[in-house]
Structures are given as structure tokens and as C-alpha cells.
Design a protein around this ligand. Structure first.
Ligand SMILES: *[C@@H]1O[C@H](CO)[C@@H](O)[C@H](O)[C@H]1NC(C)=O
Ligand SMILES: *[C@@H]1O[C@H](CO)[C@@H](O)[C@H](O)[C@H]1NC(C)=O
Length: 449
């Protein structure tokens, strides 16, 4: 009978111990809220003043006036098409978003099968897509659209039970306080104390984002950004402390090492199963994250290449964050919409092998064709992204038993199979694989090991 009080005491102590301290050992030990790993697919949106010039990429301002020497293509473009002395902030009033219908966007994202949406609240240009009190006249309510883009999209997205996240750039290319701190070798923190931190705290309290997708960290150490203090607040005391996930861009050297899940680098593709939860962010437009008016169809990822990438990412334990860049008037280019709806159509049949799946003992194999695996307990899924040359496929890795059952997702009835070797593997007899736009099919094997 002495056990019960001891257990209560232990629970109280454990409850107290769950506060995080502002250091990486403590913060890195936080378990990732479970919704994130189960979600697998998210939609990334790069939208800002950079969508107005829509030339080259969302880095236009930097390529035109930041880097030395500037990109001659950008300089030429401005000289030919704008009056002398035209400055980048003059693009902001043309960021009209007059056709922006957040419900329409959210319908498309929902139809894609994504479970979360991440919008650029503020990119490196510093323009906030909400009325930040720390971004005077350089925000979407006082300038440009005259609308709370972050709030309006968040409402529409959440109405459809999708999780809502915000991308936030730590650095701002041309902010005078940032440039001054930089000149001081980051020994001063005027930008962080008077701009960055008040703004992020305000943004989190206001919009309660469940993903903080941090970026623009690499020029300065995490101690300059006060990243560990911010994360401790997020995890202990913020309104999203129980559900928020963060990435790993919190200061030079943090990527792939500290934070919540790891992005490592843009479009990161690990060769084998990473030990830590990660996310691959990539873009339907292979050359840009933001909208480009000079985009060509041949520069977009095809639907089969998106599905192949998604499948490989999930097999290797990652989440897939697929980006689209809306136009300055608030439309999602129809080619992007078509890709997203295509992903959703494939997931309608094959999603059972994606959502809430776990990496299997073996993540992939090259047998008859390249195959990627995921699993749910003793059920193993094998993705085929090319049609096997004949109506059979050999899989070397699964160990079958008398009760093993094989089906093709979307196809009624079990498939016949025979063991391949005494020690394991099987040969599956395939039906005609339907010629779908995604060109990817999933075998479901129950009771294998
Ligand atoms: C920033 O970090 C310093 C050093 O750890 C700490 O003293 C200060 O309170 C922090 N400020 C904020 C606003 O987090
Ligand atoms: C299969 O082969 C391809 C190309 O030959 C290779 O890149 C890939 O890593 C192989 N996959 C596995 C799971 O062995």
C-alpha cells in the first residue's frame, strides 16, 4: 500500500521536470508531437512582395541589389522595364492579392491529401503577410493587399482540419538594425531584441502556428538569435506548447543537428534511413520557390516524379513539404493546382501506405524494379514507380508465412504469390496495372516480417 503515494509523487516530479531549459540538450530531448510524423505530406507556400517582380526567384531583391556583383539578368530586367531609380519597396503596392480566396486555396490543399500547410509569414525581404507592429508600413495590412493574409489563410485551412504552420526568416537582407549588428560581428543584438523576437512572440500568440519553419539563420550563431530562449518559451509557455513542431534552422551550424525535425538543406535527400525525424522541402517549380512569370512547363516536376519523391521520402522516414508559389493577385497557377490534385487522387487509393506509416526493416530494394517500403505492424507496403516488364514482381526482402496475403491497393481481391527462396522473398502475380497519371502502384502484404 506504500506504492500508490510513491507513484503520485513520481508523477508530480515528472510533470515538473517536463519544463525545458534554454539549452540544446534539454530542447533536443523534447519528443516531437505525434501529429507531425503521421501527417507525412504538407504544402509549402512562398508568397510575398517578391511575387510581384516574379522574375528569377524569391531572391530577386538580393540578386538585383544585395549580392556583389549583382546578377546582370536582374539589373537588365529592371533597366529595361522600370523607370530609373525604381526601388524594390515600390513593388509592394502592386501586391494586390485581389483574387485571393483562402477557401479556394484551402480546398486545393485539402484535395492534395496534405495534412499541413506552411505559409511564408515573412521571407528574407522582411515584408510580413500580417500586421506586425514591428514592421511599419512593410506588411500586408498597411501596404499591398491591405489584408491579413496569414490570418485569413489560417482560418480557411483550419476549417478543413489541416494543421497550419508559418515560415519565418530570422534575418532580413536589408534591415538597418540587422546590418548594424552584422557590422558589429553580431556582438550587438539590436535587431533581435527590437525587431525579431517581439515580432515572433506576437505572431505565435496571434496565430498559434503548429509549425515554426525557421530560416535565414546561417549568418549568425544561435546565441545571436536567442534561439534556445525562444524555443524554451515555445515548448513551455506558448499557446502551442503541446502541438508545435519546429525545424532545425536556428543558427549557423544548427541544421541537421539541433531543433525539432531536421530539414538539413533545401531538397535534402538522404541515402539511407536517418536516425532523426526529417522533412524534405521541395518545389513543383524546380527553379524557384516564389512565383516566376518566366516559368516554363518543362521546368516543373511531373506528377510521377513528385509521387516517386514522396514515396522515397516517406520510406526513409521523412515528411514531404511540397511548395507552390501563388501569383501577386492571389491565384495558384493552374499547373500547380493540377499537380496537387494529382497527388491527392493518388493518395485516395494509396494513402493507407503513406499516412501514419513507419519505415520498415528495409527501406527499399532493387529486385525486378526499384521498390520502396513502408510498414504498419506486420503489414508491409511496397511502392512500384515503374511497371515491371512482365506481369510479375520479385521481392527479396519480405519473409512470408502461410497466412501472408498480398493485394494491390485499389484492386479488389488477393493476388497469387509464391515463395522466392527458402529463407524469404516472394514472386507476386500482378494484374494489369491501371494507367493512372501518377504511374505508381502499391502492393500490400499482410502477415510478413
Ligand atoms: C536572450 O538571451 C540572453 C542570454 O541567454 C538572455 O539573458 C535574455 O533574457 C534573452 N532575451 C530574450 C528576449 O529572450
Ligand atoms: C537501386 O538502384 C539505384 C540505381 O541503380 C540506386 O540509386 C538506389 O540506391 C538503389 N536502391 C536501393 C534501395 O538499393
Amino acid at each position: 500500500m506504500m506504492l500508490a503515494p510513491f507513484l503520485i509523487l513520481a508523477a508530480v516530479v515528472a510533470g515538473t521536470a517536463a519544463r525545458y531549459t534554454a539549452d540544446w540538450t534539454s530542447l533536443d530531448a523534447r519528443p516531437l508531437p505525434s501529429w507531425y510524423d503521421e501527417a507525412k505530406l504538407g504544402i509549402f507556400i512562398h508568397w510575398g512582395v517578391f511575387s510581384v517582380p516574379g522574375f528569377g526567384s524569391e531572391w530577386f531583391w538580393w540578386h538585383w541589389q544585395g549580392q556583389q556583383p549583382p546578377d546582370p539578368k536582374c539589373v537588365d530586367y529592371m533597366r529595361k522595364n522600370y523607370p530609373p531609380g525604381f526601388s524594390y519597396p515600390e513593388f509592394a503596392p502592386q501586391f494586390h492579392a485581389q483574387l485571393f480566396d483562402p477557401d479556394e486555396w484551402a480546398d486545393i490543399f485539402k484535395a492534395s491529401g496534405a495534412q499541413y500547410v506552411v505559409l511564408t509569414a515573412k521571407h528574407h525581404e522582411g515584408f510580413t503577410n500580417w500586421q506586425s507592429p514591428n514592421s511599419w508600413n512593410w506588411n500586408s495590412v498597411d501596404n499591398g493587399p491591405h489584408r491579413d493574409l496569414v490570418g485569413d489563410l489560417g482560418e480557411a485551412v483550419r476549417k478543413r482540419s489541416l494543421h497550419y504552420g508559418l515560415y519565418n526568416s530570422l534575418y532580413e537582407w536589408f534591415h538597418p538594425l540587422y546590418l548594424n549588428d552584422k557590422k558589429n560581428g553580431f556582438k550587438t543584438q539590436d535587431f533581435v531584441m527590437h525587431k525579431l523576437l517581439p515580432e515572433i512572440y506576437n505572431m505565435v500568440v496571434r496565430y498559434k502556428p503548429e509549425v515554426i519553419w525557421s530560416d535565414g539563420d546561417w549568418e549568425a550563431p544561435d546565441t545571436y538569435w536567442n534561439s534556445t530562449e525562444l524555443l524554451a518559451w515555445l515548448y513551455n509557455d506558448s499557446p502551442v506548447r503541446d502541438t508545435v513542431v519546429t525545424n532545425d534552422r536556428w543558427g549557423a551550424g544548427c541544421a541537421c543537428k539541433h531543433g525539432g525535425y531536421y530539414n538539413c538543406e533545401d531538397k535534402y535527400t538522404p541515402g539511407q534511413l536517418p536516425k532523426h525525424k526529417w522533412e524534405k522541402c521541395t518545389s513543383v517549380d524546380t527553379l524557384s520557390w516564389g512565383y516566376r512569370r518566366n516559368m516554363k512547363l518543362s521546368e516543373l516536376m511531373s506528377l510521377p516524379s513528385i509521387i516517386g519523391d514522396l514515396v522515397q521520402t516517406v520510406a526513409l522516414g521523412g515528411n514531404y513539404l511540397l511548395n507552390v508559389g501563388p501569383t501577386p493577385d492571389g491565384m495558384i497557377p493552374v499547373a500547380f493546382e493540377e499537380r496537387l490534385r494529382g497527388v491527392g487522387a493518388w493518395l485516395k487509393t494509396n494513402g493507407e501506405a503513406i499516412y501514419a506509416s513507419k519505415p520498415w526493416r528495409v527501406q527499399g530494394e532493387n529486385s525486378t524494379i526499384t521498390v520502396w517500403y513502408t510498414s504498419k505492424g506486420s503489414t508491409v507496403y511496397a511502392f512500384m514507380t515503374v511497371k515491371p516488364p512482365k506481369h510479375t514482381v520479385q521481392l527479396w526482402e519480405p519473409k512470408t508465412s502461410a497466412s501472408t496475403k498480398v493485394t494491390l491497393l485499389g484492386n479488389p481481391g488477393p493476388l497469387s504469390w509464391v515463395p522466392l527462396r527458402p529463407t524469404g522473398g516472394l514472386t507476386v502475380q500482378l494484374p494489369d496495372l491501371p494507367d493512372t497519371p501518377a504511374q505508381a502502384w502499391t502492393l500490400k502484404m499482410e502477415n510478413v516480417s
